[in-house]
Unconditional design. Structure first.
Lengths: 477, 216
C-alpha cells in the first residue's frame, strides 16, 4: 500500500463525521455531555452489558439485595471482606452503567450518523459511541433460534458454525449451509429483545432531550427525531432489510458483477436473516493485498454503478456506503451487503433531485429555484447568501467527477479535502437537514466518494452517470 | 388386602399423570386434590398416603421435568463451553422443560426454595436444590478460573439468589417467546462468572469498570 501522509490518513479514517475541537461549554447540559465524552467508555468484561441498561440495573439490584439479606452479620471476617468485594463490584456496575449513560450510548450510533438532529456538542459525544450487542454464546443462540425458527440451528441448517465470524450492530453473523441444497449462507441473528430495548431507550432519550424544546428549532428537531425513530424501527427489523435486499438484487444482471445476497425467507424472521454467503474481503484487507491500479478502477466502477443503479432504477439510497458494507470478491465481483439502513425515496424526492440535475447547466436562476424547492427552504433561508453559496458549492463538489470528461482520479487529495471541509461545514451549520431525504442523499454521496478515495480509483464516473441516470424509477417497479 | 410394591408404584404413577393432565387442562389453582383422586379412581384418603398436598404433587412433576432436563443438558454439552455458557445452558434447558408447569412453578418453588428457608421445607425441594448446586459446583470446578475451583458457600449463595431471580422473572415474563428471560439469564450468569474471577483476583481492581465509588 502506498503511503499517505498521516494527516490525510487521519482525515480519511475520521469519516464521515467531522472531527471538531471541543469548544468551551456554556450550559449544564453541555457540561454534562462534555464530561461524559471524556469519561472512558468501559471496555472488557462488563462493557457489553450496558446495552441492556435497565435489565442490568435490576440484576445489580438483586445482587445488592443478596448482600443485604445474605447473612452479612453472621459471616466471619474473611467472608465479610469477600462480601464487600461483591458489593463494590455491584456498585461499580450500577453506577458505571447508569441509566442515563446507557441510554445515551444505545441510541448513540444512530444519532451520530445523523449529526444534524441534535446540537453539536451532543453529536460530538455520540460520535464516539456505537451500537454493540453483547456477544452470544452458542447456548443462548440455540435457545433464541429455537424460539424464532422452531428448531435448533443444527437441525435447521447443515454445518452451522457455533462461533460467529462477524459481529453485527444488533447481534452477530454465523456461517452455515442450507439443508438439501448445501448452499453456503450467512445467518445474521439479533440479540434477544435488543430492538425493544433500543426503542424504549429512544423514548427515554427523547424525554431526556425535552429541555431543548425551548430552543428555537425544537420543531424541526422533533421532525428529525421522528425520522430517526422511523429508521430505528426499520433497522431493527430484518424483514425490512430482506425486502430491500430483494429489491436491490433485482437491479443487477449477473454479468455486471455486483452481488446482492439472496435471502432465504423460509429460514428468516424479523430477528434472524439468512442470506447467501458472500465470500470476499473488506476494504482494509483488500487494500492490504496491494491490488493493482486496474483492479482498483474496476471495483471503483462497480461501487459507482451499484449506488447509481439502486438510486435511479429502484429509488433506493444506499445510505451508508461505508467500508464494512462492501466485500471485494476474489473473482473481481463486488458484494454489496447490509441494506438495513437503505432509504427508499419517494417520487417527490426523486423529482426534486432530477430538477437540480436538469437545471445544472441551465440558468443559475433556475438551478437556484430547484435547490430551494429540493431543500424545502423558507424564503428567509433562501435569501441567506451564505447558505445558498454553501449548498451550491456542495452540489458543485458532488458534480465534479460527473462533469469531468473521461476518468476522474479519486486519489486527488485536494478534491477530497475540499469535500471534507464542505461536508463538515454543512453538518456544522445543519444545512442538510431541511428535508429528511437530503440527509440520506448527502451522506450517501459523501460516503461513496470517501470509499473511492480510499480505493484511489480512477473511474469515468461521467460515463456511468450518463448511462444510469436514464433509468427512471417509478414506484412499485 | 395387601398392596404390593408394584401396585403401589402403578397407583402413584397414575396419580401423577392425572395431576399432570388436570393441572394442564384446568390450571393448578382450579384443581383440587379431590379432582385428582376422582380422576385417578382412588379414595381421597388413599391419595393422602401418596401425596399429602397438591404442592407435593406439583413438586414431583417439577422434579421429573428437571430430571429430563438434566439428561438433555448432559447429552448436549460440547465440552468447550466457558463457565458462563455452561451455567446458562444448565438453567435454560431446565426452564424449557419447566415450561408446561410455568403457571404454578412460582407458587411451589417460592416457599420450597427460598434462600430465607432455614430448614428444608420438603425433602424433594431439598434434593432439587442440592442436585442443582452440585451440578453448578461441577461446572465451576471444570471450567471456572483456576483459583476458584472450589466455590465457597458465599459464592453458592450468590448463585442461588441469581437463579431464583431468573426463575421468578421467567414465571412472569410476558415478552415474545419469553426472550427477556434469555437476556436476564445471560446477564446473570455472566455477572456470576465474573464474580468468580474477581474473587480469584482477591479484590484486585477491575480496570475495565468505571469506579463510581470514587466519585462519591
Ligand atoms: N451475506 C453475507 N456474506 C458474507 N458476510 C456477511 C454477509 N452479511 C454480513 N456479513 C458479515 O457480517 C458483517 C456485519 O453484517 P452487516 O449486515 O453489516 O451488519 P449490521 O446489521 O451491523 O449492518 C459484515 O461486515 C460482513 O463481514
Amino acid at each position: 500500500m502506498s503511503s499517505t501522509s498521516p494527516e490525510i490518513a487521519e482525515l480519511i479514517d475520521a469519516l464521515p463525521a467531522e472531527a471538531k475541537e471541543p469548544e468551551a461549554s456554556s450550559s449544564p447540559l453541555e457540561d454534562l455531555l462534555q464530561r461524559l465524552s471524556h469519561k472512558p467508555v468501559p471496555t472488557g468484561r462488563f462493557n457489553r452489558l450496558w446495552v441492556l441498561g435497565t435489565l442490568q440495573a435490576k440484576i445489580a439490584a438483586a445482587y445488592l439485595a443478596w448482600w443485604l439479606r445474605g447473612g452479612y452479620a453472621s459471616a466471619d471476617k474473611r467472608e465479610r471482606t469477600l462480601n464487600e468485594t461483591h458489593l463494590k463490584a455491584a456498585l461499580k456496575l450500577l453506577g458505571g452503567m447508569s441509566y442515563l449513560r446507557g441510554a445515551i450510548m444505545k441510541v448513540g450510533q444512530i444519532i451520530a450518523t445523523h449529526p444534524d438532529v441534535v446540537p453539536e456538542q451532543f453529536v460530538e459525544v455520540l460520535g464516539h459511541l456505537h451500537f454493540e450487542a453483547p456477544p452470544m454464546h452458542y447456548s443462548l443462540l440455540r435457545e433464541f433460534v429455537r424460539a424464532e425458527l422452531g428448531a435448533d440451528p443444527e437441525e435447521v441448517f447443515d454445518e452451522f458454525e457455533t462461533t460467529a465470524f462477524a459481529a453485527a450492530s444488533l447481534g452477530q453473523v454465523h456461517r452455515a449451509r442450507l439443508k438439501g441444497s448445501g448452499q453456503r449462507v450467512a445467518v445474521k441473528i439479533q440479540y434477544p429483545n435488543i430492538s425493544r430495548t433500543i426503542r424504549a431507550d429512544f423514548a427515554n432519550m427523547m424525554a431526556f432531550l425535552t429541555p431543548m424544546r425551548l430552543s428555537s428549532d425544537w420543531g424541526n428537531m422533533k421532525d428529525q427525531f421522528k425520522d430517526v425513530r422511523h429508521m430505528l424501527d426499520l433497522e431493527t427489523d430484518y424483514e425490512h432489510e430482506a425486502e430491500n435486499l430483494r429489491i436491490a438484487r433485482s437491479a443487477f444482471t449477473e454479468d455486471e458483477g455486483i452481488v446482492v445476497p439472496r435471502v432465504f425467507p423460509e429460514v428468516s424472521t424479523r430477528r434472524v436473516l439468512t442470506m447467501e454467503y458472500v465470500d470476499g474481503l473488506h476494504l482494509d484487507k483488500f487494500l492490504a493485498t496491494e491490488p493493482p491500479q486496474e483492479l482498483r478502477n474496476r471495483f471503483g466502477e462497480k461501487i459507482i454503478l451499484a449506488v447509481f443503479r439502486l438510486y435511479y432504477a429502484k429509488g433506493l439510497v444506499y445510505a451508508d456506503p461505508q467500508p464494512g458494507n462492501y466485500l471485494f470478491m476474489p473473482d473481481g465481483r463486488l458484494g454489496a451487503i447490509d441494506f438495513g439502513c437503505c432509504h427508499r425515496q419517494t417520487a417527490e424526492d426523486i423529482t426534486c433531485c432530477r430538477d437540480v440535475e436538469r437545471t445544472w447547466f441551465d440558468s443559475p436562476d433556475l438551478l437556484r429555484e430547484a435547490i430551494v424547492r429540493g431543500s424545502d427552504l423558507t424564503p428567509k433561508q433562501a435569501a441567506d447568501e451564505t447558505r445558498m453559496k454553501l449548498i451550491m458549492d456542495w452540489c458543485a463538489w458532488i458534480r465534479e467527477p460527473v462533469d469531468c470528461e473521461g476518468p476522474f482520479d479519486f486519489s486527488d487529495m485536494d478534491y477530497f479535502r475540499r469535500g471534507v471541509v464542505l461536508y463538515g461545514e454543512l453538518l456544522r451549520r445543519r444545512y442538510t437537514r431541511s428535508r429528511p431525504a437530503n440527509t440520506w442523499f448527502t451522506k450517501s454521496a459523501y460516503g461513496m466518494r470517501a470509499m473511492l478515495v480510499r480505493l484511489k480509483a480512477r473511474v469515468d464516473m461521467a460515463a456511468i452517470f450518463r448511462r444510469e441516470s436514464t433509468y427512471s424509477f417509478t414506484r412499485g417497479e | 388386602m395387601r398392596v404390593t410394591a408394584q401396585k403401589k408404584k402403578e397407583t402413584r404413577r397414575r396419580i401423577v399423570e392425572c395431576a399432570r393432565k388436570l393441572f394442564g387442562d384446568k390450571g393448578f389453582e382450579q384443581t383440587t386434590t379431590r379432582d385428582i383422586a376422582e380422576t385417578a379412581g382412588i379414595a381421597a384418603g388413599t391419595m393422602f398416603n401418596y401425596f399429602p398436598t397438591k404442592e407435593a404433587l406439583a413438586m414431583t412433576l417439577i422434579c421429573e421435568a428437571l430430571d429430563e432436563a438434566g439428561t438433555e443438558f448432559d447429552s448436549r454439552l460440547r465440552g468447550d463451553e466457558t463457565v458462563d455458557e455452561a451455567l446458562f445452558a444448565h438453567v435454560a434447558v431446565g426452564l424449557r422443560h419447566l415450561a408446561p408447569h410455568r403457571n404454578y412453578v412460582g407458587e411451589v418453588l417460592e416457599t420450597a426454595l427460598s434462600p430465607f428457608a432455614r430448614e428444608a421445607v420438603c425433602e424433594q425441594a431439598q434434593q432439587l436444590r442440592v442436585g442443582h448446586l452440585e451440578t453448578v459446583g461441577e461446572l465451576i470446578a471444570l471450567r471456572g478460573p483456576a483459583t476458584s475451583r472450589v466455590p465457597g458457600t458465599m459464592t453458592m449463595h450468590l448463585y442461588w439468589t441469581l437463579y431464583l431471580g431468573v426463575l421468578s422473572f421467567w414465571a412472569a415474563d410476558e415478552s415474545p417467546n419469553r426472550e427477556d428471560t434469555l437476556v436476564v439469564l445471560d446477564q446473570s450468569m455472566r455477572l456470576f462468572a465474573g464474580s468468580l474471577s474477581s474473587e480469584s483476583k482477591n479484590g484486585e481492581e477491575d480496570h475495565d469498570v468505571v469506579d463510581v465509588t470514587r466519585d462519591r
